[in-house]
Design a protein around this ligand. Structure first.
Ligand SMILES: Nc1ncnc2c1ncn2[C@@H]1O[C@H](COP(=O)(O)OP(=O)(O)OP(=O)(O)O)[C@@H](O)[C@H]1O
Ligand SMILES: [Mg+2]
Length: 231
């Protein structure tokens, strides 16, 4: 799914401060590309992903278009419906519901729309693929950080999204689990899906096609090779 950001800015406003986090960012992502985004903590990576997905409104004058949908002009309902059909979003903080099991959390976004038996099977398959076959019926409080992260990944994959927005999805995983997740995402890309991936882990960069760095509100493309050769 093609993604266009033009003059994207985001200011957080409160009664005591006005903080410009994203300053006039432009970026064009082609269908089927894997884009990695790096940048220091607090540089606005999560803010960028939420603006792109339409979870958060960018400042007036910003343009975000995904697969032809103009996020700035779409209603909340249109954006929600579009996300459900086309976007898999892996939240940095997982955003799991504590009252539900791992399996139910994965099923939740599609529960009102699809047959329960079908969803249950798909959800169990995804959890197994992510190495969670023993934790399918556990609730989030009984899961480790890395296990919760993998439940959040399974949930994002549930609807076979055309665009995967990933906010440090491997930050809490050991190397083997991380590589497993990266391979799963690489397969998604091979099927033509677009990947927008925030990471602090330079080992992830070779999996992507291009790397952008967020810093001081701006985003610039950097040469992927300059990272891959680092020790
Ligand atoms: N709701 C908010 N209101 C005001 N400021 C906010 C809000 N959310 C985030 N910020 C500030 O905006 C800046 C960017 O935050 P953001 O979460 O996008 O950073 P990040 O690059 O994802 O960081 P990290 O790597 O730690 O996840 C930070 O300085 C943060 O304190
Ligand atoms: Mg973040």
């Amino acid at each position: 799914m093609e993604m266009i950001m033009e003059s994207l800015s985001k200011t957080y406003k409160s009664s005591i401060e006005k903080k410009l986090v994203l300053n006039n960012i432009s970026c064009h992502v082609n269908k089927g590309e894997w884009i990695n985004i790096i940048g220091p903590s607090g540089s606005g990576k999560t803010t960028l992903l939420k603006c792109v997905a339409g979870i958060m409104n960018a400042d007036a004058g910003s343009k975000v278009s995904i697969g032809g949908l103009d996020m700035g002009n779409a209603s909340e309902e249109e954006k929600r419906d579009f996300r459900r059909r086309n976007i898999g979003y892996i939240f940095q903080e997982y955003e799991l519901f504590s009252a539900y099991t791992a399996k139910q959390n994965v099923m939740l976004p599609e529960w009102p729309y699809k047959k329960e038996a079908e969803l249950r099977e798909r959800s169990e398959t995804l959890l197994r693929t992510l190495g969670l076959e023993d934790r399918i019926d556990a609730v989030p409080t009984n899961l480790s950080g890395g296990e919760k992260q993998r439940v959040a990944i399974a949930r994002a994959l549930l609807n076979d999204p055309s665009l995967l927005i990933c906010d440090e999805p491997t930050g809490n995983l050991d190397r083997a689990s991380r590589d497993n997740v990266l391979h799963i995402l690489k397969e998604c890309q091979a099927e033509g899906r677009t990947i927008f991936f925030v990471t602090h882990d330079y080992d992830v960069l070779p999996y992507g096609d291009r790397v952008f760095q967020l810093k001081d509100g701006t985003m610039e493309e950097i040469n992927k090779k300059s990272f891959i050769l680092q020790p």
